[in-house]
Design a protein. Sequence first.
Length: 298
Amino acid sequence: MANLKTLVMPFSRISVIIWVILFSTVKPDCEKISTRSVMCPGQKYTEIPQHFEPSIKELILPYNNISQLKADNLKQYLDVRYLNLDANGIESTHSLKAINVFKNLERLSISDNHISMFEFQVFAQNVHLKEIIANDNTNMFLIEKCNFFPKLESLCLKGNNIQQFPSEVVKCLPNLRHLDLRNNQLSTLPSNIKEILPKIETILLSNNSITVEELDPFILSKSDLHNEAKSSSNVKNNLVKNDQGVVFNESNIKNFDNGTDSRSENNSGVIFAAISVTFAVIAVSVVVIVVFIYFRNK
Ligand SMILES: *[C@@H]1O[C@H](CO)[C@@H](O)[C@H](O)[C@H]1NC(C)=O
Ligand SMILES: *[C@@H]1O[C@H](CO)[C@@H](O)[C@H](O)[C@H]1NC(C)=O
Ligand SMILES: *[C@@H]1O[C@H](CO)[C@@H](O)[C@H](O)[C@H]1NC(C)=O
Ligand SMILES: *[C@@H]1O[C@H](CO)[C@@H](O)[C@H](O)[C@H]1NC(C)=O
């Protein structure tokens, strides 16, 4: 039985450590998840704080009060790949122009701000950007000028009351695979969108004023409007006649999720919850094992 005791000791130590980690993770204030990632929601920051590890790769700062980025504050974090400034006080992408300091930036999330002017040019130096998420800003105008984004795969502009998606902008996104334009006020898409988005896999367009009949069959087949199309045999006939190389055919159409697009949601909360749940499960299991061994030992 001495053997079992030596077995139990490390277990109880581990469970104490796990509980400490668990409780420090659940704390609602600033959390450093690891040396590569900080998550600090709701800290009332008005600028990027200076006290994080310089090697940090993920800066997740939603629900703060940052309205502007200052190069002096960004300079020490040259390795940032993911910046999340959801639900801050940003009113224009112009006030983010210091972001050019983040040469390695791959993912940017600026949803739930009040960005009225969205200028792709501001991100001209961030040539590694793969994903931009800027959902639910109240009234957004997309400025036509643009620079080439060779790596951008995913662009989410849901819920911005956007009235026009300029073809100048579309031309800058040769690698785009996912485009979320739901809940806007678009009535048309650029006519050549099919040619200039050769890699497109999904275009989410529901809750706009776009009429399915006017949509290019190829784009329709990639979009979440295909259900509407399916329910209208007229449209289906049009599409067959109008075929430009890609047949609008039910068996060629992917199933789209009805509703949330996981990529477009603020995932800091999900990461946070996942980590907490994982720790909780581990901790509970360890406690159960310890109690079990203890009573068996008696
Ligand atoms: C956010 O910052 C601005 C100044 O940039 C300030 O006027 C405002 O009161 C702040 N809001 C909150 C909720 O802290
Ligand atoms: C459609 O978009 C408007 C404006 O963004 C939004 O208020 C509304 O809730 C959306 N409707 C649905 C069914 O998503
Ligand atoms: C739809 O596509 C499938 C294969 O992808 C094919 O077998 C079928 O004949 C097509 N139907 C029409 C109506 O073109
Ligand atoms: C899709 O969502 C709409 C509105 O959110 C709803 O009316 C419809 O029933 C949903 N369809 C399916 C198949 O879930």
